[in-house]
Ligand binder design. Structure first.
Ligand code: AMP
Ligand code: MG
Length: 403
């Protein structure tokens, strides 16, 4: 039997997880439900965008004449509105048509002068153009998208702008990956639900709520299970249920070296562990493997650690499985303004406040960095990505992941 990989680098952990992807399937959703979903195909435009030459301004349309001098008086032939039900205008020499933004360019015109640069006679029969009309106020047919061209490729995370673009292209529904059901199981005898009263030694269970938010942020469906006590039987029952109902299982707590770390113990004896522990701080205890064939992440119990491991490992795993281009992790260069405690063998992810200045981004570390201090994460805007051996001195320029 080969040894379980132990205390491996983040990249190695990602590579191992990616070998056991969740099962994917595709469904068609209407655009009202497309936000945050990942496209399962290359999406081609059904139309040209715009579908016809049109005006980008309210003003007057006429034919551009390079010999004309300004001010120039033209007779007004009529009004071209944005809807198509008015009479088609045919604008000749010495004539102009009043035009609204988005209205099709009338026959015989190729330039627009915005209304602010025009003076219309009282009776509306004539218009004086105070300067030359401009061809660049005409939005040309197909200048944004050509019919049949691919504007959104497979794996595009449908942001609000992209959902709008699907509509522009004429799609009423889009094929997307079915949302993954992600089970969230907290473990620990000491955990109580917020709202209940605490006995000495008990704390409020927070990880499942934070993790559920992260699952939604990724565009998937969290299924929060009741927290389980530290026992092999309780945990086994919960894992059986969750692995049957969900595509991926996330547990929190119970993966360290302690006697009561039952997630690790149960996975060692009855599950299949692909690796245990990785070189990031906070967040070194996690394990990954399968339970009854379902991928399972054993996340650490400390609230900051479970969040950080989700961002570094689980989010990457899901994006990778769907080949999704979002939600993106933005890394910026920032100058450390406080000393940050680093480690020799791990990537160090301290929570920092980012401030944009003329000199660039500045990173401050205002809160104490215990991995149980959720306040330090809730108030932070970034996580340092100090590589092993990087010192973390004031004045160093480092990579920071934007939260
Ligand atoms: P464990 O990994 O189970 O030893 O947990 C490490 C620390 O995280 C302990 O202080 C736990 O009380 C705390 N913890 C574990 N699970 C949760 C949770 N779901 N919510 C809040 N804190 C937790
Ligand atoms: Mg525990």
């Amino acid at each position: 039997m080969t040894e379980t990989p132990y205390f491996i680098r983040l990249e190695e952990a990602r590579a191992l997880c990616s070998k056991t992807p969740p099962a994917l399937s595709v469904e068609h959703v209407d655009l009202d439900h497309a936000h945050q979903r990942t496209l399962a195909v290359d999406l081609k435009s059904l139309v040209n965008d715009p579908p016809f030459d049109n005006s980008s301004m309210d003003g007057f349309a006429c034919k551009y004449d390079s010999n004309a001098t300004y001010p120039l008086t033209l007779s007004v032939l009529g009004t071209q509105a944005a809807s198509g039900d008015n009479l088609p205008l045919n604008v000749g020499a010495g004539q102009a048509a009043r035009i609204m933004t988005g209205a099709p360019m009338p026959e015989g015109t190729d330039a627009i002068l915005p209304i602010e640069m025009c003076a219309v006679s009282k009776d509306g029969q004539f218009v004086v153009l105070n300067e030359a009309p401009k061809p660049h106020f005409v939005r040309k047919k197909g200048e944004n998208l050509l019919e049949g061209s691919t504007a959104l490729s497979k794996g595009s995370l449908l942001t609000p702008a992209r959902v709008g673009l699907c509509a522009t292209m004429g799609h009423a529904t889009v094929p997307v990956y079915r949302r993954l059901k992600m089970a969230i199981i907290s473990t620990g005898d000491e955990l109580k639900l917020p709202g209940e009263s605490l006995q000495h030694g008990e704390i409020y269970e927070s990880n499942s709520f934070g993790l559920a938010g992260l699952v939604r942020w990724l565009g998937h469906q969290p299924v929060r299970y009741q927290a389980v006590a530290d026992s092999m039987d309780g945990l086994r029952t919960a894992l059986n249920e969750a692995s049957a109902e969900c595509d991926v299982v996330l547990t929190s707590g119970g993966v360290s070296m302690g006697e009561f770390d039952y997630v690790r113990r149960l996975m060692e004896t009855e599950g299949d562990i692909h690796f245990w522990r990785m070189k990031i701080r906070p967040g070194s205890p996690p394990l990954f493997g399968t339970w009854n064939g379902t991928p399972i992440f054993g996340l650490p119990g400390n609230p900051v650690s479970s969040h950080v491991v989700f961002r570094m490992l689980v989010a990457d795993y899901i994006r990778n499985a769907l080949q999704s281009d979002g939600p993106r992790e933005w890394t910026v260069r920032a100058k450390l303004c406080d000393r940050v405690k680093s480690t020799m063998d791990c990537v160090t992810l301290r929570r920092v406040e980012l401030v944009s200045t003329d000199e660039g981004m500045m990173a401050y570390q205002p809160k104490h960095q215990g991995s149980g201090n959720l306040d330090s994460l809730a108030s932070a805007s970034g996580l340092t990505m100090l590589q092993p051996g990087e010192i973390g001195e004031v004045g160093e320029w480092i990579d920071v992941v934007v939260l």
